[in-house]
Design a binder for this molecule. Structure first.
Ligand code: GLA
Length: 343
């Protein structure tokens, strides 16, 4: 690679339409990549990464190869050094990162930073291009390294393999990705509610509780709602009930979307929110209120919290007549293609 060439790597964020807290047990999700992006523009640099951020006061300076990404300061740089450590590269880059995603807003700003970093490092090191799945798997492990949060594959795989105009049905066990077209007259909105950090949330407790439930009834992705009653512990039973019923809702929502039956689709979104709130307990009062307001708006098919929860965004699916003016800050998002080099 010519050392003075500028490289631009860009990754979209994602919004999940239905299927939350199912990915890390190999379940079903139906997200889409959205037209909000994290972009790194940089030139190759030997043995170091230097990155300024439009949103962070302190720049990242780190030597390559990276030895311990968990000690990178400033902390936002860990997403970058986590990827660099896994790729074990010696050539880095010097440049800047900017984003049109809200940071810590539940729209996968961190996955987008990991993916643009991976694309950039592969380009400047002349590494063979990775497939979307390889990129996603690498970046998921980088996220584990960077934050200690044992996240599933949904965010990275969605941002890596987005398809314009479509949601993606992902089986998080087989890792098969199937695009499902979103009808032209259906609008998708995200409404930002509050910043959150999964690292300081109960996200990893939920991952542990799902693993405990699996010790009683086997893989949740294969379980039926009836078998959940065999779990004696009341809390574990509710956690499992969420996951098992959510997988079923994703399957039904996919059929409804393919048939353009948006009434059924919206109803399933509403049920998903209720289960995330009551069974999985990852919503907040503020999110519940925003979801209620959205659900009561004429023209709205359905609304729910989206992503890991404990704050972040809600997602609203509506027809083109819906008046979103009363839903403070609700913004239209479009399904787009996945992360790529743009020059
Ligand atoms: C976060 C994680 C994902 C997924 C969602 C909940 O976004 O990064 O892997 O578990 O929460 O569906």
């Amino acid at each position: 690679m010519n050392m003075s060439a500028e490289v631009v790597a860009r990754s979209p964020g994602r919004v999940n339409l239905i299927g939350d807290h199912t990915d890390y047990t190999g379940g079903m999700v139906l997200p889409m990549a959205i037209d909000r992006y994290t972009t790194i523009a940089a030139q190759p640099l030997d043995a170091a990464i230097q990155l300024t951020s439009a949103d962070q006061p302190i720049e990242l300076h780190c030597a390559l190869p990276v030895v311990d990404p968990t000690s990178t300061m400033p902390a936002w740089g860990r997403y970058v050094t986590g990827v660099a450590a896994l790729l074990n590269v010696e050539r880095g880059f010097s440049g800047s990162v900017s984003t049109t995603l809200p940071l810590g807003g539940g729209l996968s700003s961190s996955a987008a930073l990991e993916l643009s970093t991976a694309l950039m490092l592969c380009a400047v090191n002349d590494l063979p291009a990775l497939t979307s799945l390889e990129l996603a798997q690498l970046c998921r492990i980088a996220e584990h390294l960077a934050t200690g949060v044992p996240c599933g594959i949904m965010d990275q795989l969605t941002c890596a393999s987005g398809v314009a105009g479509s949601a993606l049905l992902i089986d998080c066990h087989s890792l098969q990705v199937s695009p499902i077209e979103i009808p032209n007259d259906v609008n998708i909105y995200v409404q930002f509610i509050a910043h959150r950090q999964l690292a300081s949330s109960a996200y990893s407790d939920r991952v542990t509780q799902c693993a405990q439930a699996e010790q009683h009834i086997g893989p949740l992705r294969l379980a039926e709602v009836g078998s959940v009653r065999n779990i004696a512990d009341e809390v574990l039973q509710r956690r499992a009930l969420h996951v098992v019923s959510e997988n079923e809702r994703v399957r039904r929502a996919t059929v409804a979307l393919a048939l353009q039956d948006m009434t059924t689709f919206g109803q399933l979104m509403n049920e998903s929110h209720q289960s995330l709130r009551d069974n999985f307990e990852v919503s907040t009062n503020q999110m519940d209120e925003a979801v209620r307001n959205a659900q009561q708006t004429a023209g709205v098919f359905g609304a729910r919290m989206t992503g890991g929860g404990f704050g972040g965004c809600i997602v609203i699916v509506a027809d083109s007549t819906a008046n979103m003016n009363n839903l403070d800050g609700a913004t239209l998002v479009k399904p787009v293609g996945g992360a790529k080099l743009v020059n």
